[in-house]
Design a protein around this ligand. Sequence first.
Ligand SMILES: [Fe+2]
Length: 227
Amino acid sequence: MKRSRINEIIREGDAFIRSFGYVMPPFAYWSPDELKAKKPAGIVDARLGWDITDYGEEEFDELGLFLFTVRNGRAEDLSRGKGMLYAEKIMISRKDQLSPMHRHVVKAEDIINRGGGKLVLELFMPDTDGGIDRKAEVTVPTDGVVRKLPAGGLLKLDPGESVTLLPGVWHAFWGEGGDVLIGEVSTVNDDLTDNIFEKPIGRFSNIEEDAAPLHLLVSDYDRWIGG
Ligand SMILES: [Fe+2]
């Protein structure tokens, strides 16, 4: 994916997010040089920030996701069982843009339609080995109400609605009828280790540096500012 395209997606995403009255924190707008100079552990180590992914497949409009990690707790606190155990992301699934089938081992996540089109989730329960159970009925909480769907059933969330996905539940999602602003409230997030995909794909984009970055992506941190 070209850096110039990532810059464009950041600008478009920022405008889309602001159109709903959601404003991102100040560090979202730091230049790469500012981030390199300040390098706060609370941002760099927690891997807060921009995350534009095509899952390494170079077809962003069909397979991709815009994410911004707003806050993220500490893995040490998870093992202690108290402290900052939570994380928050703001995301955009474009109309008919797939986030591919995956599950998490540690992270429970609430996926919230914050506005725009419908958010469609395809859901499966895990089998005893953690794989996709193509027969088991899916049971998920949606805003305090338990919903049951057939295996692979499509859950459609209108703006304001959300679903709780516990670790193990397989999910893929996309926007229907328009682009969707998505909130994610979850357990501490580690995108380096806690995404298991159905198909062998990457989690981050491969970037061709045809322009200077507007802002660094989380996946740039190790290379650009030394982790
Ligand atoms: Fe997920």
